[in-house]
Design a protein around this ligand. Structure first.
Ligand SMILES: NC(=O)c1ccc[n+]([C@@H]2O[C@H](COP(=O)([O-])OP(=O)(O)OC[C@H]3O[C@@H](n4cnc5c(N)ncnc54)[C@H](O)[C@@H]3O)[C@@H](O)[C@H]2O)c1
Length: 330
């Protein structure tokens, strides 16, 4: 089935296939996301796992996607995603495994179709899956570039594309429609981390993709936002090391659970007016980030010559350093 072509209306949609009143095994219906259907990609481990568990605990039915590969993206293992599904079900929630590679076009389509066919609708798409192949730009080979761009950038675009078709078709057929896309960028992409030309380019692309999705899908009641998380996972254990180690007591700022809370908020009806935004999130800190904006300018009513720009250089950089910007927003 093409997504969106045969879905029942919002609110009644889930009930038509899985009536939450008779399948929640006693779970009290008090979550912020009761009755909603969510997809989380890369949800077998790390941040995605916590996002799936949080969405499930707030009452969403969750399609837990993960290929179960290594940090570098090799291998397959369904076990981590199944464990997340088992945990959601044990708490009285509803969840299913999807093992598709979200960076393949057909995998992304199957993922969205599975959510709609299993639960009758789709409300929330959390694009999170990712891999790392860090190298300096001059040492990076073609496959290291291609694979990271494919998994992150295409892996965000594919599910968003098919979810967008579903929501657009629903809206065009006159059904009440709302949707949430929550993408995963990175400070590496916002500020350009050394050794991550592939990853940073993909993550910057995801921030830009988020803006386009927000503009294009607004008319269908769909929001698109991006988070740039900081948390202790297998992906970052070598990067942050001791600084991120779990403490015996006190607030664990590096716990990936902290990231899931913001995603839970963005998925709610209360965040229906939040779109096209990028957030950095770490522990209890959430920064709302602003996009590119002018920090210096020179003007005239005809073109500059290079020699004239040599003269105007100090004016253009009056309030900003001409050197490489710092890797930080502080
Ligand atoms: N941990 C951090 O501090 C941090 C910082 C910035 C951005 N991020 C981003 O957060 C996201 C989650 O990362 P994490 O730290 O939890 O890493 P992780 O390695 O623990 O989790 C990533 C998950 O994605 C899955 N995955 C990889 N390729 C896939 C594919 N093609 N299809 C389906 N699943 C696939 C993996 O199997 C894994 O379970 C990533 O997009 C990462 O780039 C993390």
């Amino acid at each position: 089935m093409l997504p969106g072509t045969a879905a029942p209306p919002a609110g009644t949609a889930g009930a038509a296939v899985h009536d939450s009143t008779d399948t929640t095994q006693g779970r009290e219906q008090m979550g912020l996301l009761d009755g909603k259907v969510a997809i989380v990609t890369g949800a077998g481990r790390g941040i995605g796992r916590e996002e799936a568990l949080l969405l499930g605990s707030e009452g969403a039915k969750v399609l837990v996607n993960d290929v179960g590969g290594s940090v570098a993206g090799s291998g397959e293992d369904r076990t981590p995603a199944q464990e997340v599904v088992d945990t959601i079900r044990a708490a009285g929630g509803e969840a299913e495994v999807n093992s598709d590679d979200i960076s393949s076009w057909s995998g992304a389509e199957r993922l969205v179709n599975q959510a709609v066919e299993t639960y009758g609708t789709l409300d929330i798409l959390v694009n999170n899956a990712g891999i790392l192949r860090d190298k300096m730009s001059f040492s990076m080979d073609e496959s290291e570039w291609d694979d990271v761009i494919r998994v992150h950038l295409k892996g965000h675009f594919g599910p968003s594309h098919f979810a967008g078709i579903y929501w657009r078709n629903r809206s065009k057929s006159g059904e009440p429609t709302s949707g949430r896309i929550i993408n995963t960028s990175s400070e590496s992409g916002l500020f350009g981390n050394i050794g991550q030309a592939n990853y940073a380019a993909a993550k910057a692309g995801i921030a830009s993709l988020t803006l386009v999705l927000a503009r294009e899908l607004q008319r269908y009641g769909v929001t698109a936002n991006a988070i740039a998380p900081r948390a202790r996972t297998r992906m970052t254990e070598n990067l942050f090391g001791e600084a991120a180690a779990k403490k015996d007591e006190g607030f664990d700022a590096w716990d990936p659970k902290n990231i899931a809370q913001l995603v839970g908020f963005l998925a709610t009806d209360a965040a229906a007016d939040v779109s096209g935004q990028v957030f950095v999130v770490f522990g209890g800190d959430i920064w709302l980030m602003g996009g590119f904006h002018p920090v210096g300018e020179v003007h005239r009513d005809h073109a500059w010559t290079p020699a004239e720009l040599v003269e105007a250089k100090d004016e253009l950089f009056k309030s900003a350093s001409p050197g490489v910007p710092p890797f930080s927003f502080f």
